[in-house]
Design a binder for this molecule. Structure first.
Ligand SMILES: Nc1ncnc2c1ncn2[C@@H]1O[C@H](COP(=O)(O)OP(=O)(O)O)[C@@H](O)[C@H]1O
Ligand SMILES: [Mg+2]
Length: 257
């Protein structure tokens, strides 16, 4: 018997009133692999992320993490189960420092109770320091260690995207969902970020789902691609195969060209 996939999306459907955002979508992602999730705007990519992360409740279907059913698990508990994400539009606290924004991602791993942290007992101080060290390390790893003390509002868009990635890694995820990480970046920045995502996959031993419109990046770094059109999966396979599929050319690449 083969072991369960890291992420298994099974016949997930989602409706908003009359709008069918997802229609019986299946998707498996293994640990240590990168799965591209592509499709035109409105195809349901972010909605699928929101279902996996517990922001939306699927109308039907199941979502499993390493065989364990996580359907309907609220977002704040999913971090503890190893699910982390970045947002399509960076969600940073502009007045806080880059480091503080990253540390927000570590709170699910923070063990000290409210009382001891209130009184700053030694254990709380130790944990705080360890979190801070990890935050600085991650910023260095992503090449923005020198930005730690800046306010988030002072960052370029590319910088904000890297901070989102660092924050997601703080919780030591096993599954990382990256929603249009490269949108709004220059071609050069995109390819650099693509290399970083590949390093993250290997160095942190995570499974990654990457929502991305930049087909160069998708081809360069994904192990397979799932194509959604109007909420339904139309094709799945290696990027090179998927790109040549008539439905994809018509529905996605055709409009992008
Ligand atoms: N919170 C919501 N309420 C109503 N409709 C929504 C909501 N979120 C997404 N939708 C609809 O679901 C469909 C899929 O949207 P989305 O998942 O954002 O697509 P994508 O990320 O692929 O661009 C769209 O028709 C969108 O308008
Ligand atoms: Mg989206």
């Amino acid at each position: 018997m083969t072991s369960a996939a890291l992420l298994s999306v099974q016949a997930v459907s989602l409706a908003f009133g009359g709008v069918r955002a997802l229609s019986s979508v299946d998707m498996d992602v293994d640990s240590g692999t990168i799965c591209g999730l592509v499709g035109p705007n409105g195809a349901g990519k972010t909605s699928l992320f929101n279902c996996i992360c517990g922001y939306y409740t699927p109308t039907s279907g199941r979502i499993k993490l390493s065989g364990r059913d996580i359907t309907n698990t609220p977002p704040y508990r999913l971090a503890g189960h190893g699910v982390a994400r970045t947002f399509q539009h960076p969600v940073l606290q502009p007045a806080k420092t880059v480091l503080d924004n990253v540390l927000v991602g570590g709170h699910s791993t923070f063990n000290t109770g409210l009382l001891s942290s209130t009184f700053r007992l030694p254990r709380a101080r130790r944990e705080e320091r360890a979190l801070e060290d990890r935050g600085r390390e991650l910023l260095g790893y992503l090449g923005i260690g020198d930005l730690a003390a800046l306010k988030a509002s002072e960052l370029s868009y590319g910088g904000q995207k890297r901070v989102e990635l660092a924050r997601a890694l703080m919780s030591r995820p096993s599954l990382l969902l990256l929603d249009e990480l490269a949108s709004g970046l220059t071609h050069e920045e995109v390819m650099e970020l693509g290399e970083d995502v590949q390093r993250v996959r290997t160095d942190f031993d995570v499974g990654i789902v990457l929502v991305e419109h930049h087909m160069g990046m998708v081809s360069a770094i994904t192990d397979k691609v799932v194509v959604l059109v109007q909420g339904a999966k139309v094709v799945e396979g290696p990027a090179a195969e998927v790109q040549g599929h008539p439905v994809v050319i018509e529905a996605y690449l055709g409009t992008a060209a």
